[in-house]
Ligand binder design. Structure first.
Ligand SMILES: *[C@@H]1O[C@H](CO)[C@@H](O)[C@H](O)[C@H]1NC(C)=O
Ligand SMILES: *[C@@H]1O[C@H](CO)[C@@H](O)[C@H](O)[C@H]1NC(C)=O
Ligand SMILES: *[C@@H]1O[C@H](CO)[C@@H](O)[C@H](O)[C@H]1NC(C)=O
Ligand SMILES: *[C@@H]1O[C@H](CO)[C@@H](O)[C@H](O)[C@H]1NC(C)=O
Ligand SMILES: *[C@@H]1O[C@H](CO)[C@@H](O)[C@H](O)[C@H]1NC(C)=O
Ligand SMILES: *[C@@H]1O[C@H](CO)[C@@H](O)[C@H](O)[C@H]1NC(C)=O
Length: 598
């Protein structure tokens, strides 16, 4: 791109226009195998588990998923959710937008849940609707969103599905007393049956319906496993109509046939498991070390998760048997992922999610389908925000300009090209509470407020960082190359920061990460995908490494506004979130040399 004759502002605007096109042009060709040009669009099956980890080794206990998906497909090892909480994460996944652009940031009103999804206008602007427009028959069973309840399931009905059978609150997480609601029918209680068995028969039923149709299909299957069992006694009371914050959590409940499995399994005793010294920042750093009884209980909790996941393993195998019997396997993509990850005992945390640690945000993504390399791991950075664009591209539809992510390459050639141009960051954000889901929790209760933070995870060539700013303005930085367990927060007053990072003085490296986060914390559309481009419109900075050049020191150290909060809020209240990205005002515009603009 020759932009040398343009003023910086023009260059910025023009390159914002040009870049997405050129990136799309690069990805389009290798993303799909040649036979996708054919008239038959592929079918898509999307399996979305609830709270499944990558880091606690759950995949090691799932032999059928290994045989059907991992061995025959690609495991994306650097796949991330962007908000580690069910409802915000699912809304981001199905809309292709960061939570700060959906403003569905919680599991229940006022800041989240199904009613907020509807009031934000998203019920007509999410994937199932777009897939129907692309000519797909669409089916879904299991959990869609939180606070989608026995009271509000028709106000309105979730749009975009030819067939749906949803788990509804307050029974969504009640393994032995689930309630499902089919199409426009009344909710039905399945008291006494295991939720996963009910779900499996519904999923196979929809697959049979879909296979009979003459159009391509999308089938979403969202099991509750391995989420905690949750009972919500206060549901429906006038003051807390969703009751979510009074929920009673306990270990997940497996099907009878799996109860006895893995009697000796324990949470992996990694270095960050119940460590001797506190780690992290804010409330995490105040957690007491867990007692022996607490650890034993958490190991039991862990085994119950592995046991409930056995039902998911069987579900996946059943789906493949049916696909084979219908002869559909060769034209079907199967996606397998989770809404967010999970921690048990790492950093002394009780069972739960809602944190920015790898255990919570780096989650399984396995894709199998025509042209997808088999028995392969891919290490490019991908996020949940990239999945809606990926599925829409598979369906042959144009991508939407307001997507905050970009399609994930699915072929060997596409993966190789992606290592050249693909973004290296994940925008992580969180508002509101953290919950302790096991039997052990502090006197103050299971729910803790002020768990509000913005963070960026960067995985580039030769570096790997997590940088966060909390709503109380505490900072967090881990160098995962030397500290993969995230035990040493280099920005905590009790730690000794290194003199240099990536060969430059420590503060200089931090100033770049802060500026990156400053752009990402309120980014929209392509700026979320190419944040460095907003700072350096001439296009000569593509990644953290490029940004470290000494000629940008003043720009980053002296001119940039820093990420900070004015106060803690439970939702996305902009005026609590410090200075905001103002586009052009932030651009690096001090280059006088030719080399600054090419
Ligand atoms: C997958 O690859 C590994 C080596 O990379 C090999 O040992 C294994 O047999 C392969 N599995 C299958 C099912 O092809
Ligand atoms: C997000 O929603 C909350 C209510 O839940 C509202 O107060 C806030 O202004 C909204 N934020 C934005 C940026 O629209
Ligand atoms: C699925 O829904 C779409 C949109 O309403 C409709 O055009 C299509 O005919 C439906 N498919 C079937 C099999 O009913
Ligand atoms: C199971 O759920 C139904 C409502 O769907 C409820 O009436 C019943 O009391 C529940 N049973 C138990 C044991 O909680
Ligand atoms: C509503 O929620 C609050 C906060 O969790 C709790 O203190 C209160 O007891 C609940 N009220 C009812 C009627 O359940
Ligand atoms: C959050 O922190 C503020 C101080 O910033 C404190 O006043 C408030 O009580 C805290 N809220 C909760 C729910 O912990």
């Amino acid at each position: 791109m020759k932009l040398t004759h343009l003023t910086p502002v023009w260059a910025w605007q023009l390159s914002l226009l040009l870049l997405p096109l050129s990136a799309a042009a690069q990805t389009q060709r290798p993303l799909f195998p040649a036979n996708q040009e054919a008239t038959t669009k592929p079918n898509i099956i999307f399996i979305l588990t609830d709270d499944q980890d990558l880091h606690l080794q759950s995949l090691d206990y799932l032999p059928l998923i290994k045989r059907r998906l991992v061995d025959q497909g690609t495991l994306y090892t650097h796949h991330y959710c962007t908000t580690a909480l069910c409802c915000p994460s699912r809304v981001s996944l199905w809309t292709g937008k960061q939570a700060h652009n959906t403003n569905v940031t919680d599991v229940a009103p006022p800041h989240g849940g199904y009613p907020k999804f509807v009031s934000q206008g998203l019920n007509s602007a999410y994937l199932p609707v777009w897939l129907q427009e692309a000519g797909y028959d669409t089916y879904y069973t299991g959990k869609l969103f939180n606070a989608h309840t026995v009271d509000n399931y028709l106000s309105p009905r979730p749009a975009g599905f030819n067939g749906s059978d949803f788990l509804l609150d307050p029974f969504t997480y009640s393994y032995l007393n689930s309630t499902f609601q089919r199409n426009n029918e009344e909710p039905v209680s399945y008291e006494g049956q295991h939720s996963m068995d009910v779900l499996t028969s519904k999923a196979l039923g929809f697959l049979d319906d879909a296979a009979k149709g003459d159009r391509p299909f999308f089938l979403g299957i969202a099991p509750v496993a391995p989420h905690s069992n949750v009972e919500i006694p206060s549901f429906g009371s006038t003051s807390n109509s969703s009751g979510v914050h009074d929920a009673v959590f306990s270990a997940p409940i497996p099907a009878k046939r799996h109860e006895h499995l893995f009697p000796d399994a324990k949470v992996p005793r990694t270095e960050n498991f119940n460590p001797e010294s506190p780690s992290g920042a804010n409330w995490v750093r105040d957690l007491p070390r867990q007692t022996r009884e607490n650890v034993d209980y958490n190991d039991h909790f862990y085994r119950q998760r592995l046991r409930t996941l056995q039902s998911v393993d069987e579900l996946v195998d059943d789906i493949f048997r049916h696909l084979e019997s219908y002869g559909l396997l060769s034209n079907t993509y199967i996606f397998y992922t989770s809404d967010n990850g999970y921690h048990i005992g790492q950093h002394r945390l009780q069972p739960g999610k809602e944190c920015g640690f790898e255990e919570d945000i780096n989650i399984p993504l396995i894709i199998r389908g025509p042209g997808v390399p088999s028995n392969t791991t891919a290490s490019i950075v991908t996020t949940h925000i990239d999945l809606a664009p990926t599925l829409l591209q598979l369906a042959g539809s144009p991508l939407r300009a307001d997507f905050d992510g970009e399609a994930i390459p699915l072929t060997a050639e596409g993966l190789e090209e992606a290592s050249e141009y693909r973004h290296e960051h994940v925008t992580v954000e969180y508002w509101g509470f953290a919950a302790f889901e096991g039997e052990y929790y502090p006197d103050g209760g299971r729910i803790l407020g002020n768990n509000t933070y913005k963070a960026v995870r960067v995985v580039g060539s030769g570096y790997s960082f997590y940088y966060a700013v909390w709503c109380n303005n505490e900072h967090e930085l881990y160098d995962l190359t030397t500290d993969p367990q995230q035990l040493k927060n280099l920005l905590h007053p009790d730690e000794v920061a290194p003199a240099t990072l990536l060969g430059v003085p420590f503060e200089k490296a931090v100033s770049r990460l802060d500026a990156l986060l400053f752009v990402l914390k309120s980014c929209k559309g392509q700026t979320c995908v190419r944040p460095w481009h907003a700072l350096h419109p001439a296009g000569n900075v593509q990644n953290l490494h490029d940004a470290l050049a000494a000629r940008y020191d003043d720009f980053y150290l002296k001119e940039q506004k820093k990420v900070s909060y004015d106060r803690c809020e439970m939702g996305y209240i902009v005026d609590a979130e410090g200075p905001q990205f103002e586009g052009v005002g932030l651009v690096y515009r001090h280059g006088t040399r030719w080399s600054d603009w090419v």
